[in-house]
Design a protein around this ligand. Structure first.
Ligand code: NAD
Length: 263
C-alpha cells in the first residue's frame, strides 16, 4: 500500500529527466499517485511526453504560465480527466539570461517584471485557477532557493523573485488553510538542470557546494523528491506556509571551516 494510493497530482515544470519536478514526479508515482504533466512549447513536449508516458500519465498538456487563458484551459482538462486533485507541484522559474550575471544594480524593468511574473505570480495564478479542484487536505509544493535570504553572486533578480515566492507561499497558506489545503516550498541546494545552466558561474557554485555543506555532498533530484513526497503525504499533515531546506544543511553555515583557515 503506497503512501499516495488513490491520490491525483498535477506536476508543472518537467523539462527533462534532470528537472526537480521529475525527481518529485517519480517519488510520488512510486507511492501510488496518478500524475498529470504540463510542458511549454514543442521542443520540451518531445522531452516531457515520453517521461510522462513512462509513468502512465493520462494528462499531458501545454501550459505557459504567462497566459491566463492557457492556465484556465489546463484546469478545464484537469477537471475532465481527474475531477479533483490532491497534489499540485509548481516547479517553474524563468529570468532572462542577461539578468543572471554581474551586478544586481543592472536589473532592467522588463527583466524584473518577467522574472516576477513567471517565477512568482505564476504560483498564485495556478493555485487560484485550481482552487475549486483542490481536495480538502490537498498539498501545494513549490521550489525555492536560499538566494531569497542571502546574497548569492549572479542570482540577482531571481533571488528577489524567490523572496517574493516564499512570501506568496505564506499568504496562500493562510488563505487556503481554513479548508485544509497546505502550501509549502522546498529550498533546494544547487542541481545541474536546464534552468540552472542560465546562471553565470553555476558550475563553480555547484562544485564548491559539497565542500561547504555539513553533509559534504551535493543534493540530487531524488533527495528533493523524497521531501516532496513527505510534504504531499499525510505524514506532514500539520505543516504549512513553510520553507523546508533540502540542501545538505548548507544554509546553516555562516563561515565554513575552509574559509576560516584561509582568513
Ligand atoms: P528545469 O529547467 O528543469 O525546470 C524549470 C521549468 O520551468 C521548465 O520545465 C520550464 O519549462 C518551466 N518554465 C519556464 N518558463 C515557463 C513558463 N512561462 N510557463 C510554464 N513553465 C515554464 O530547472 P529546475 O532547476 O528543475 O527548476 C525547477 C524549480 O526549481 C525552479 O523554480 C528553480 O528556481 C528551482 N530551484 C532550482 C535549483 C537548481 O539548482 N536547479 C535550486 C533551487 C531551486
Amino acid at each position: 500500500m503506497g503512501l499516495l494510493n488513490g491520490k491525483k497530482a498535477l506536476i508543472m515544470g518537467v523539462a527533462n529527466e534532470n528537472s526537480m519536478a521529475w525527481g518529485i514526479a517519480r517519488a510520488l508515482y512510486n507511492e501510488g499517485a496518478q500524475l498529470g504533466f504540463t510542458y511549454v512549447g514543442e521542443a520540451l513536449e518531445r522531452r516531457v511526453r515520453p517521461l510522462a508516458e513512462s509513468v502512465s500519465s493520462p494528462l499531458i498538456e501545454q501550459c505557459d504560465v504567462g497566459s491566463d487563458e492557457q492556465i484556465e484551459a489546463l484546469m478545464g482538462r484537469v477537471r475532465d480527466v481527474f475531477g479533483q486533485i490532491d497534489i499540485l507541484v509548481h516547479s517553474i522559474a524563468f529570468a532572462n539570461r542577461d539578468e543572471l550575471n554581474g551586478s544586481y544594480l543592472r536589473t532592467t524593468r522588463e527583466g524584473f517584471l518577467t522574472a516576477m511574473e513567471i517565477s512568482v505570480y505564476s504560483l498564485t495564478a495556478v493555485v487560484k485557477a485550481a482552487d475549486d479542484l483542490l481536495t480538502p487536505g490537498a498539498s501545494v509544493v513549490t521550489l525555492t532557493y536560499h538566494a531569497s535570504r542571502q546574497v548569492v553572486p549572479n542570482y540577482n533578480v531571481m533571488g528577489v523573485a524567490k523572496a517574493a515566492l516564499e512570501a506568496s507561499v505564506r499568504y496562500l497558506a493562510a488563505d487556503l488553510g481554513p479548508r485544509g489545503v497546505r502550501v509549502n516550498a522546498i529550498s533546494a541546494g544547487p542541481v545541474r538542470t536546464l534552468a540552472a545552466s542560465g546562471i553565470a558561474g553555476f558550475r563553480d557554485l555547484h562544485r564548491q557546494f559539497a565542500e561547504r555543506a555539513p553533509l559534504r555532498r551535493n543534493v540530487t533530484i531524488e533527495d528533493v523528491g523524497k521531501t516532496a513526497l513527505w510534504l504531499c503525504s499525510d505524514l506532514s499533515s500539520a505543516v504549512t506556509g513553510d520553507v523546508i531546506y533540502v540542501d545538505s544543511g548548507a544554509h546553516i553555515i555562516g563561515v565554513s571551516p575552509s574559509d576560516a583557515i584561509r582568513q
